[in-house]
Design a protein around this ligand. Structure first.
Ligand code: CMC
Length: 429
């Protein structure tokens, strides 16, 4: 067996041997296929990059058919069960689990960079009372590049490390403050005595008490949610980070682009839609009519189905367990009964079974976030905080990858050509 593809161009009768490596062919090799020296070579048309590998990556492995998700080779189930978000962040960024000394140093670094310059606070206070927290987060992450101009030196490894630490450390501060702004409440400074996730809850919910002491079960559940969102290989926002990062801009600007991509409803917003559907269904009796509407094509069952996972989304199972833990503390969310019944009916229904539609990560996450009393606009901010180590690990890989170039896709031009311009004074006369 030869690892190559023989392509016969029926326009010219020429044959080409295109090497196959890692199950892919190089698009540039297709560019050698041309009818004559004047016309451009053959290109690939792939809107949405549904069948195009944009990079080599050793960060995250997904097998959608088998329902496998691994960070640096470790199954997500094991990490969610036995690790912490900061350890997972270390794993993603450094490529291996830390020793005790490395972990302690990493936690120390992250903890002592949670504060932001006072001018960042002033900047964030400038937003209107009803500013969407994701818009605030995107702007303030981008603004950090002006506070750390040395971040532009992306070739220096120590410098890159510094910015990665700062960003992972400051995301909860910026996220919490964007929430407090919408609530009209004073911003709470980080408490370096608390863990990463407990400190985030403190900055969100602390009022006049000396120290905010969150329930450890809630801290653990939120930490698990951050782990589940920490990376998902070349998704829309990661692709945005890589694409913007390929211009060799500083990492704050690249991650701000990732936050922007995540802001969109097709990416970070599905859990909010699940919650809306559950509220609309209102009670278990209304489920059959709702399911019928989905089967008739009137709407989708949000939180079900996935582009990659065609067996089950491994994150959904873990999140269901986290939901139970949270509801033990907060009391159950009445919508949970509807969600459970909906899931049960859907998993037995031929329509969903035959299309391989299973609950995805978003089916239960909205219910958990609501139990924490987060407004729906905050759901995507939580996703962004969790995804930050993944974005940075991918950015780090990008800037050290010798094969990478500035992202610059081709197009198929469909507009006019060679028109003759007439000045406005003549056209409007
Ligand atoms: N409810 C009802 N029918 C569905 C659903 C759904 N949630 N998802 C897919 N289908 C049907 C679809 O109508 C189509 O049926 P048919 O073959 O008869 O036309 C078939 O299943 C295949 O669907 P598709 O749209 O071709 O699948 P896709 O891979 O392009 O879409 C998806 C994946 C996630 C966009 C889609 O399943 C969906 O819209 N789900 C609801 C939204 C959602 O929960 N999104 C969160 C994704 S997880 C977050 C993340 O990982 O970033």
């Amino acid at each position: 067996m030869t690892d190559s593809l023989t392509v016969r161009d029926n326009r010219t009768g020429s044959e080409y041997d295109v090497p196959i490596t890692d199950g892919t062919i190089k698009a540039a090799d297709l560019g050698k296929i041309r009818t004559d020296d004047e016309t451009p070579g053959l290109a690939v048309y792939d809107p949405g990059f549904v069948n195009t590998a944009s990079c080599r990556s050793a960060v995250t492995y997904i097998d959608g058919d088998k329902g496998i998700l691994e960070y640096r080779g470790y199954p997500i189930e094991q990490l969610a069960e036995g690790s912490s978000f900061l350890e997972v962040a270390y794993l993603l960024v450094h490529g291996a689990l830390p020793t005790k000394a490395e972990y302690d140093a990493w936690v120390h670094e992250i903890t002592y960079h949670t504060f932001v310059h006072e001018n960042v606070k002033t900047f964030m206070e400038g937003f209107r009372y009803d500013a969407h927290p994701m818009g605030m987060l995107m702007a303030s992450v981008g603004a950090l590049s002006t506070f750390y101009p040395e971040a532009a030196d992306i070739k220096d490894a120590d410098n890159r490390h510094m910015q990665i630490v700062r960003m992972i450390a400051k995301m909860p501060t910026l996220g919490a403050w964007s929430f407090r702004n919408a609530q009209g409440k004073p911003f709470v400074y980080p408490d370096n005595e608390l863990s990463y996730t407990a400190n985030f809850l403190s900055m969100l919910f602390k009022m006049s008490e000396q120290r905010y002491e969150p329930d450890e079960r809630l801290v653990k559940a939120l930490d698990v949610l951050f782990i589940l969102h920490a990376d998902h290989e070349q998704n829309c926002s990661t692709n945005a980070v890589r694409s913007v990062g390929s211009s060799q801009v500083d990492p704050y600007s690249a991650v701000a682009a990732g936050v922007g991509a995540l802001y969109g409803p097709l990416h970070g917003g599905a859990n909010e839609a699940v919650l809306r559907s559950l509220k609309r269904i209102g009670s278990k009796e209304n489920i059959p009519a709702f399911i019928q509407g989905v089967k008739d094509g009137n709407e989708r069952l949000m939180g079900f189905g996935h582009r990659v996972y065609k067996n089950y989304d491994p994150r959904a199972r873990i999140i269901k367990k986290a939901a139970e833990d949270v509801f033990d503390v907060t009391g159950t969310n009445p919508l949970l009964d509807i969600a459970l019944e909906l899931e049960k009916i859907a998993l037995e229904d031929e329509y969903f079974v035959s299309r391989k539609l299973y609950p995805n990560v978003d089916f239960y996450s909205g219910l958990i976030y609501e139990a924490f009393q987060f407004p729906p606009e905050m759901f995507t901010v939580l996703f962004a905080i969790g995804r930050t180590p993944g974005w940075l690990a991918q950015w780090l890989e990008l800037v050290q990858d010798k094969e990478q170039k500035i992202a610059r896709p081709k197009q198929i031009y469909t507009g006019d050509r060679q028109l003759t311009f007439t000045p406005a004074s003549e056209r409007w006369a």
